[in-house]
Design a protein around this ligand. Structure first.
Ligand SMILES: O=C(CO)[C@@H](O)[C@H](O)COP(=O)(O)O
Length: 222
C-alpha cells in the first residue's frame, strides 16, 4: 500500500491545526514537516516549537525532514517535540553514521535524503540504521517546483537495492508529486508520496489526498 504524506510547507499557516486535522481525517498516512535553515537551502521554515504544537492536535506519524546544516545539534529537540521519523540529508552530514546512530538512540525512526544530483552510493554502509530513504525529485527549498524526470531511474535503482537488502525500508519521494506524476514514481518503486502544493494548494485538501491515493493505484497495477 502506498502511503500519502502531505507536506505542510504549502499549508495555510494561519490555520495550520485545522489543515492538519483535515488531512488526518481523510486518512493521510504521514505528516511531512519541512525544516529549512536558510543555509543548506535558501528558505527558512519551522522549528521544534511548531512540531510540539502540532503534536497536541494530531496523532499522525510526523515525518520530519531536516534540510539544515549540522543536523546533530537539533535531533534531540525534534525527537522530544514529537517527531516519529527524522530524516537528514546526506549532503549535510560529515559523520553520517554517527548522525543516524544519534537518531536511533532517541528511539525514533531514521531517514536519509538525497538531493537530485547526489548518487545513492553510501547506502551500503548505513543501511542497517535506516528506516526510510527519501529521494528528492526537486532541488530542496521550495514547494511548487516541477518534478525532475531523471529521478525515475534513481528511484528504480534504490527500490531494487532495498528489495534485495532490506525490503521494510520505506522509499519516499518528494517534490512535484501530483496526480500526473504519482503513477510513474510508484511504478519505479516509491511507496511514500510527499505532496505539498498538490494537497494544500488545492481548493479541497481532503479531496486532493483522495485523488492522489487513487492516482498512485495505477503505479501498482490497479
Ligand atoms: O522538501 C520539500 C521542498 O524542499 C517538499 O516537501 C515540498 O513541500 C514539496 O512541495 P511540492 O513540490 O509537493 O509542492
Amino acid at each position: 500500500m502506498v502511503k500519502i504524506a502531505p507536506s505542510i510547507l504549502s499549508a495555510d499557516f494561519a490555520i495550520l491545526g485545522d489543515q492538519v486535522r483535515a488531512v488526518e481525517e481523510v486518512g493521510a498516512d504521514l505528516l511531512h514537516i519541512d525544516v529549512m535553515d536558510g543555509h543548506f537551502v535558501p528558505n527558512i521554515t519551522i522549528g521544534p516549537l511548531v512540531v510540539r504544537a502540532l503534536r497536541l492536535v494530531s496523532n499522525m506519524v510526523f515525518d520530519v525532514h531536516l534540510m539544515i546544516e549540522n543536523p546533530d545539534r537539533y535531533i534531540n529537540e525534534f525527537a522530544a517535540a514529537g517527531a516519529d521519523i527524522i530524516t537528514v540529508h546526506i549532503e549535510t552530514c560529515s559523520h553520517l553514521h554517527r548522525t543516524l546512530q544519534m537518531i536511533k538512540q532517541t528511539g525514533k525512526k531514521a531517514g536519509l535524503a538525497f538531493n537530485p544530483a547526489t548518487p545513492p552510493g553510501s547506502l551500503d554502509y548505513v543501511l542497517p540504521l535506516l528506516d526510510l530513504i527519501l529521494v528528492m525529485t526537486v532541488n530542496p527549498g521550495f514547494g511548487g517546483q516541477k518534478f525532475i524526470q531523471q529521478m525515475l531511474p534513481k528511484i528504480k535503482q534504490i527500490s531494487q537495492f532495498l528489495k534485495e537488502q532490506k525490503p521494510d525500508v520505506l522509499l519516499e519521494v518528494d517534490g512535484g508529486i501530483n496526480k500526473e506524476t504519482a503513477c510513474g514514481v510508484v511504478k519505479a518503486g516509491a511507496n511514500v508520496l510527499v505532496a505539498g502544493s498538490a494537497v494544500f494548494g488545492a481548493a479541497d485538501p481532503s479531496a486532493a489526498v483522495r485523488a492522489l491515493r487513487q492516482a498512485s493505484c495505477c503505479g501498482m497495477g490497479y
